[in-house]
Ligand binder design. Sequence first.
Ligand SMILES: [Mg+2]
Ligand SMILES: [Zn+2]
Length: 246
Amino acid sequence: MAATSVVIPWAAVAHRVRGTLAYRGVAAWPPPVRAVLLDRDGTLVHDVPYNGDPELVRPVDDAARALARLRAVGLRLGLVTNQSGIGRGRLTPAAVAAVNARVESALGPFETVQVCPHAPEEGCACRKPGPGLVLRAAAALGVAPHECVVVGDIGADVGAALAAGAHVVLVPTPVTRPQEVATAPVVAPTLLNAVEIVLRLAGRAAHGRFAEAHPAAAPRGAGADPSGPLAPPAAGTLALAGEVRT
Ligand SMILES: [Mg+2]
Ligand SMILES: [Zn+2]
């Protein structure tokens, strides 16, 4: 590992995704995935710290489409979100509920919505990276934690998933720490790509190829991976400072 400050070209993240898939292999992914538990801020909607205003809810690109694909194959959906603004006195539970309702009106319903309202110093078991929210969501859906895939944007989401015994796909944003990217079991460049990975590994994709799932996506330069192109990111590169694992 190199501990230098760098900018990771977007292709490096895509390479990491392909490398992870090649390493783990579809067959190595344990039994059926039945539910997908999604982080809210920075994953489904652009992060607005301590947001209590539904008017500020802005879904990320393709979020509605990504979730529709999961619902279409019968996967159960849950929302798992840390809202420490409540514990810090900066948000009311009602404001958080109003924002969650706006997210559902924009992206469709979740069968369970699990919120940790605690501040970090309260030492609760539900605040991610603790396992509580994932365990509660799984229980609410009547599935086992190992039948769940958590999709989130930071290391706390990865930690919560692993602590609960769930699978996880990290979709980094420019504020995701490089170490969190480097240590996540599976990384996807976009939410839609994360959904494709979930479908593929759950054995529910039509043919299991990004190219077929994404006919309109342009290959990334000459010599594009024959396993298929990944959709290009919104910005040309994902700037990250710090450690890169090659
Ligand atoms: Mg987040
Ligand atoms: Zn909590």
